[in-house]
Design a protein around this ligand. Structure first.
Ligand code: IMP
Length: 211
């Protein structure tokens, strides 16, 4: 069962593939150049979708639909972000867009916004959209993980991406980047949403519809 991952973010692609590694889904992305070529699918490595939706759902649907139309394959898209309680949920859907610079610089900028705040409560939220171009069907699955923003950035760049070095999941005292990708993938917002997706596509009624 081929499913395309609608993303140009290598961190996300890697995580989605790792989380669904034990499922029977064959996950493809823009990084699988040779496999796509064999299937007669052409998609540029810089294929991009303008994410101008107002919600995570809007943007997940925009991405899933655009990649599905381009590849002809059932497609999943993740739209996700960090929501900080004391900043009224900021940066939320704009997690990837509110700051111009590297992920490390962005983390420092967020820590700076919180420098006088004692309330460090935050959550990661992920919406996965599944779009099947054969019948234009759309499904959404979501997941969240509560936690707090660390006082400083900690953990290896190799272990995780984006805000991972400044997010401490509830019940732990290390950041996602310190805890490591393998552990993060057992509890994360994305894991929760993808587990729901996996259950959906493997339901009897969908077997046979997807090849
Ligand atoms: P988008 O879903 O492509 O709009 O990007 C979401 C933004 O939130 C990106 O800047 C990511 O770095 C960040 N983000 C989403 N999920 C995670 C995560 O699991 N860890 C760290 N950062 C994340």
């Amino acid at each position: 069962m081929n499913i395309f991952i609608a993303s140009s973010n290598q961190g996300k692609i890697k995580e989605i593939k790792a989380i669904l590694a034990d499922s029977s889904l064959n996950l493809l992305s823009i990084l699988d150049v040779f496999e796509l070529q064999k299937m007669g699918i052409e998609i540029a490595s810089d294929f991009d979708v303008i994410e101008d939706g107002k919600t995570f759902q809007d943007n997940a649907l925009l991405k899933a639909k655009a990649y599905a139309i381009k590849t002809g394959l059932p497609t999943i898209a993740d739209d996700s972000g960090l929501e900080v309680q004391t900043l009224n949920g900021f940066p939320s859907v704009n997690s990837n867009r509110w700051f111009e610079g590297t992920a490390s610089e962005r983390n420092l900028a967020l820590l700076d916004l919180l420098k006088d705040k004692t309330d460090r409560q935050a959550r990661f939220y992920s919406v996965i959209c599944f779009f099947d171009p054969k019948n234009n069907s759309v499904q959404f699955f979501d997941g969240e993980i509560q936690g707090k923003i660390a006082s400083e950035s900690k953990g290896s760049k190799i272990e995780g991406f984006g805000y991972d070095p400044i997010f401490i999941p509830e019940g732990f005292n290390q950041t996602f980047a310190e805890l490591g990708a393998e552990f993060k993938n057992t509890i994360s917002h994305r894991r929760i949403a993808l587990a729901k997706l996996n259950q959906y596509v493997l339901q009897d009624k969908h077997l046979g519809q997807l090849e």
